[in-house]
Design a protein around this ligand. Structure first.
Ligand SMILES: C[S@@+](CC[C@H](N)C(=O)[O-])C[C@H]1O[C@@H](n2cnc3c(N)ncnc32)[C@H](O)[C@@H]1O
Length: 255
C-alpha cells in the first residue's frame, strides 16, 4: 500500500498488489458464514430502500447484498479495488464513485450507509472521521441507519513500556499492531509467507477510535445510537469485545 503523499486524504492508497491479494489476505472475512451473516444484518435495515457502502473495496459485501435484491452504490478511494469489483459487477449494477468517503457525495438518499471491516480507521485524522459521520448522515433518508464495524483499540493488551500487540502468529502469517496512544495512530504489520518460502511485508496506517468517540462523532452528525453489538450475530457488546457493530439512526423529523 502506498502512502497518499500530496493528496488531500490521509488514507493509505490500496494499490494493485493490495487489491490482487485482498481476498487471500482477508480469507476469514470472505468465509460464506461471515459474509452471509453480515449481509443478512445489513439487508434487514434496508427495507425497500437503497444501501450505500463507504470504502466498498472489491465488493465483498456489496455484491451479495445487491444479489439479495437491495440496490447498492459505493464510494471508494482506490481505483485498483474498484477494478477488481468490476470483474464481477458492472457500473450499472453497482455504481461506485471514486473518492474519499469523508467528502464524496453521490446522488439520492439511502435507507442504509455502512462502513465495514474497520474502514473508519483508514481515515487517519480525527477531522476526517468526524466528516465521515456527517457525510453518512447527509446521505441518509429520515429514519435511515449508519452501520459501522470497527475494532476496539487493543490498549488493554498493551502493558506499560510495550508498543506492539500481536494478532496473528502462525506458520504462514505473523501480524502485530504498533500503537501510539498519544496520537491514536496505529500501524498494522503483516509478514506473509509466500509459496516459494519467502516472506512479504506489508504495513497499513490507521487511526483508532473508541466506541464513545464514535458516538460523539455520530451525535455531531445528528445521528442517535440505536444498537451496539459485539459482532454481526447481534451478540452483546461487552468489556471483552474486540470489535463492535454499531447502528446509528437519523431522526425521522428534524430537531
Ligand atoms: C479492508 S478494505 C474493506 C473493503 C470492503 N468494505 C470490505 O468489507 O471488504 C478497506 C477499503 O477502504 C478503502 N479506503 C481507505 N481509505 C478510504 C477513504 N478515505 N475513502 C474511501 N475508501 C477508502 C480502501 O481502498 C479499501 O478498499
Amino acid at each position: 500500500m502506498a502512502a497518499s503523499v500530496g493528496s488531500m486524504v490521509s488514507s493509505d492508497i490500496w494499490d494493485e498488489a493490495a487489491a490482487a491479494s485482498y481476498a487471500d489476505d482477508s480469507a476469514d472475512m470472505f468465509q460464506p458464514d461471515v459474509v452471509g451473516q453480515t449481509v443478512g444484518f445489513l439487508r434487514d435495515l434496508c427495507g425497500d430502500g437503497r444501501a450505500l457502502e463507504f470504502a466498498i473495496g472489491t465488493g465483498r459485501l456489496a455484491i451479495p447484498l445487491r444479489r439479495s435484491g437491495v440496490p447498492v452504490c459505493g464510494i471508494e478511494l482506490s481505483p485498483a479495488m474498484v477494478a477488481k469489483l468490476r470483474d464481477t459487477a458492472s457500473e450499472e449494477d453497482i455504481p461506485v464513485a471514486l473518492g474519499d468517503m469523508a467528502t464524496t457525495v453521490v446522488p439520492g438518499d439511502f435507507a442504509l450507509v455502512f462502513l465495514a471491516f474497520n474502514g473508519l480507521s483508514n481515515l487517519r485524522l480525527q477531522d476526517e472521521q468526524v466528516s465521515c459521520f456527517s457525510n453518512a448522515a447527509r446521505h441518509l433518508r429520515p429514519g435511515g441507519h449508519f452501520v459501522v464495524e470497527l475494532f476496539v483499540p487493543p490498549l488493554r493488551r498493551l502493558p506499560p513500556g510495550q508498543t506492539a500487540v500481536p494478532f496473528a502468529m502462525d506458520a504462514g502469517h505473523v501480524g502485530f499492531d504498533t500503537v501510539d496512544p498519544v496520537t491514536q495512530s496505529c500501524r498494522s504489520h503483516h509478514y506473509t509467507r509466500l509459496p516459494d518460502g519467502s516472506w512479504r511485508y506489508d504495513v497499513g496506517n490507521f487511526r483508532y477510535a473508541w466506541p464513545a468517540e464514535c458516538d460523539l462523532m455520530a451525535q455531531l452528525a445528528g445521528l442517535d445510537l440505536v444498537a451496539r453489538y459485539g459482532d454481526w450475530d447481534r451478540s452483546p457488546f461487552t468489556t471483552e469485545s474486540s470489535k463492535h457493530v454499531s447502528v446509528w439512526q437519523r431522526a425521522f423529523t428534524p430537531g
